[in-house]
Every structure is written in structure tokens, then in C-alpha cells.
Design a protein around this ligand. Structure first.
Ligand code: GLV
Ligand code: MN
Ligand code: MN
Length: 412
């Protein structure tokens, strides 16, 4: 089998997809089910069809592009990632796993390889939490981690539910049917940029993921009392933003004092009402994103945040409500997939690192139903979720080659 990645074509497809964006280049903003996202999805589907794959979409918008194996009834071997992008992001997060996965399949077809198990490219819907506040809706539903009822009710900032938004986008099927039947995948492999600096620092082009850290997130609203910025004296204030400021530092401290560098916490949203220069903030809505490689430590940090909420609300006389959006367990990658990836690297003489994924991915949820692994490639300075995210065409092509070889091993 002579496997060759068409690096130039893969690179030019990444460049072609990037301007399907609601932000000025080089930034990419592609929020799920917006007209721009739908155009990008249609373009990806056209690429899959051109490659001879049969395409179907489910009720949440997951795209499946299948190459039937010699035994089409056997469990499939899956690969894929996402193409939605957070505001002001780059062009590689998710996209490398989708277009790299497609090129891996094309390379296998060109080589004359004939899989026993079908090989399927999966483009997950709504991996990013931007629109509905919770990430990985597609893979949560596929794996049965989140119920159809709970998903349908989630709302975006404009108050539109997942159900309304997806129907308007043309996905009218039953959300109950998204869950995959038992044994649907024999194995799943996701190619992704590292989103951290370790590969680059080690001057190593490939990373095989051992485990994926456990993410959790909260939505917090703080209700204080507004008023005239000149008229209300300091002892009489219940400033919601001052309470938020204290809470944000408590969130930072919960991570910093956990005893491990693996605990990370971020407040990425802080909306202030009414947002006028001479008006005391009466309401704040904020989010907390908390992650750790160890579940117990993550839950311990969550407990410190809960304690801070109580102390701050009592001390400042404000009402603080917290809503737990998700608190997921970490995942261990499947030994069979890790072995296939490692053997593929060895066969080609490519050194690799074994590493932890600190970002979450749809693989976190697919690992609940199938043996799952991830292959990382470096990104410059470890930058991701920003417009200057960059992965070199050589590293992307090397990742796609190891992916192709691993898909062959898993489907032979
Ligand atoms: C995924 O985008 C994450 O935030 O880890
Ligand atoms: Mn992302
Ligand atoms: Mn991603």
C-alpha cells in the first residue's frame, strides 16, 4: 500500500474553508447554524461527495460521510472533528481533523486499500459552546450523554431553543434518533492541533493522547442594586460588578491553589447591566470554565467556587445564582487506538510524545461508546482560539498520513 497525502490540496482546502467566516481574515468566526456555518457545511459535504463518500446528516446536524467496507454490516471505524469556530478564532481548530480526515480517506482510496470495516468521516455539530452555552452537543447526543429533551430546551442568547434553531436550519428529524446504536463504531480517531505548546517545545511533530481532561462550566448571575453613580454613597451600595470582580478572583484562586498546574479556570463572559458610565451595575451575568485532569481535584476547585459564592453574596448583600451547565468525567483513550497510532508512527520513523489533552473534544464523548484516540500536531506558540493560530502544511500532512495509516490498521 503506497499511502501519499496530497499536502498541497489539503492546504488549499483549509485556505478555501477559512473565509467561510463572519469575521475579517485572518480571524474565523463560524457559529453553528448561522448562514455562514450552513454554507461551510454545504461546501464540506460537496468535497465528501466528490471523494465518492455517501453522506447523511442527523437531526442535530452531525454529518457522516461513509466509505463502505468489504463488510458493510461490521462496526465502522470513524474519524473527524468540527468546523464550527468560536468568535475571533483561527482556521485550524477542528478543521484539521475534518479536512485532514477527508484527505486520509482519499489517500487510502488512491492507494488501492480496501477496508473490511467501513471508514466514516464524522463532522460533529456544535462542538463549540458559543451558541448554546454547552459544547459538543452533537457528540453528547450521539453517545447518549445528554438526553434529546434536555438538548431541545437549551437556548441561545436570543432565547431561541436548539429545537427552533436546528429546524430553521433544515434539520427536522427526531433528536431521539441521533443516539448511535450500540457497537456502531469499532474505533474512533480524531486528528487535532494541540492547542498548547508542548509539542513545539519538544520539537516533536506528533502527539498521541492518553487522556482528555475533565471539563465543567457554570453560568452565574449576580443581582445587586443599581442607582446613580453620584448619588448613592459607598456604604449603601450593592454593586453587582464589584461582587463579580471578587468572584472572578476567587475562581482564579480556586485553580491556582489546587496544588496542581493541571487545574485551570477561566471567566470568559461578563455581561454588565445596564452598562452606563454613570450607573451602578445592578446585574452581571458571567460564565466559569473549569477543567482538570483529575476529577476529584476539579470537583474540589468547584467546591471552593461554591463557597466563594456564598461568602461574597452574604458580605455584599447581593443575590448570586449559579447554574451548572456541565461537569463531565475525564476520558482515557482506548489502548487499541493508541497502539494503532503508535505503530503507524514507528512504521514511518516519526517520533511522538504521549500527552494529555487539556482541551475537550468530541472524542471525550465518543470515548463513552467506542475505543477512541486522538492524534495531535503542533500549533505555533501553542496558540489556539485566536486568529494567529497556525499549523504548518507539513505537520498537517504528517498528521493526516499517520491518521490514514491508523485507519487502515483499525479497519483491515
Ligand atoms: C474546546 O474548544 C475547548 O474549549 O476545549
Ligand atoms: Mn475550539
Ligand atoms: Mn476543536
Amino acid at each position: 500500500m503506497k499511502l501519499e497525502i496530497d499536502q498541497q490540496r489539503l492546504n488549499s482546502e483549509i485556505e478555501t474553508l477559512a473565509p467561510f467566516s463572519d469575521a475579517e481574515p485572518p480571524a474565523v468566526t463560524r457559529i453553528v447554524f448561522t448562514p455562514m456555518d450552513l454554507k461551510a457545511r454545504a461546501w464540506v459535504i460537496s468535497r465528501c461527495e466528490e471523494a465518492g463518500l455517501s453522506v447523511r446528516q442527523d437531526a442535530i446536524g452531525n454529518i457522516f460521510a461513509r466509505w463502505n467496507g468489504a463488510d458493510p454490516t461490521a462496526p465502522a471505524v470513524g474519524t473527524g472533528s468540527h468546523i464550527d469556530a468560536i468568535p475571533n478564532a483561527g482556521k485550524y481548530d477542528g478543521v484539521v481533523g475534518v479536512l485532514g480526515g477527508l484527505e486520509a480517506i482519499r489517500a487510502l482510496r488512491r492507494s488501492g486499500f480496501r477496508p473490511k470495516n467501513s471508514i466514516e468521516l464524522l463532522v460533529f455539530a456544535t462542538e463549540e459552546p458559543t451558541r448554546f452555552g454547552i459544547g459538543c452537543l452533537g457528540s453528547r447526543l450521539l453517545s447518549g450523554t445528554l438526553s434529546a429533551e434536555a438538548t431541545a430546551k437549551l437556548r441561545d442568547r436570543d432565547g431561541e431553543s436548539v429545537d427552533e434553531v436546528r429546524r430553521k436550519a433544515g434539520f427536522i428529524g427526531n433528536l431521539q434518533d441521533v443516539k448511535l446504536p450500540k457497537g456502531y463504531y469499532r474505533a474512533f480517531v480524531e486528528l487535532h492541533i494541540e492547542q498548547g505548546p508542548l509539542l513545539e517545545r519538544a520539537q516533536t511533530s506528533l502527539g498521541i493522547v492518553k487522556s482528555i481532561a475533565a471539563p465543567a462550566s457554570l453560568r452565574i448571575s449576580i443581582e445587586g442594586a443599581g442607582g446613580h453613580a453620584g448619588g448613592v454613597l459607598m456604604p449603601d451600595r450593592k454593586d453587582a460588578l464589584c461582587a463579580a470582580a471578587e468572584l472572578i478572583l476567587a475562581v482564579e484562586n480556586a485553580a491556582r491553589s489546587s496544588g496542581a498546574v493541571d487545574t485551570v479556570a477561566t471567566v470568559g463572559v461578563c455581561d454588565v447591566f445596564p452598562g452606563a458610565v454613570n450607573s451602578i451595575p445592578s446585574r452581571v451575568k458571567m460564565t466559569v470554565d473549569l477543567r482538570d485532569t483529575e476529577l476529584a481535584r476539579r470537583d474540589g476547585a468547584m467546591k471552593s467556587i461554591d463557597n466563594a459564592v456564598e461568602t461574597i453574596s452574604r458580605k455584599r448583600g447581593v443575590v448570586i445564582q449559579t447554574e451548572l451547565i456541565n461537569a463531565d468525567a475525564p476520558a482515557d483513550c482506548g489502548p487499541e487506538v493508541r497502539e494503532a497510532l503508535a505503530n503507524s508512527c514507528r512504521e514511518r520513523g516519526f517520533p511522538f510524545l504521549e500527552m494529555v489533552s487539556r482541551a475537550y473534544h468530541d472524542s471525550l464523548f465518543i470515548s463513552r461508546i467506542a475505543s477512541t484516540g486522538m492524534l495531535f500536531i503542533p500549533c505555533r506558540n501553542g496558540y489556539s482560539h485566536r486568529p494567529d493560530e497556525y499549523a504548518s502544511p507539513e505537520d498537517i500532512a504528517r498528521g493526516a498520513l499517520v491518521l490514514a495509516e491508523s485507519l487502515a490498521r483499525l479497519s483491515a
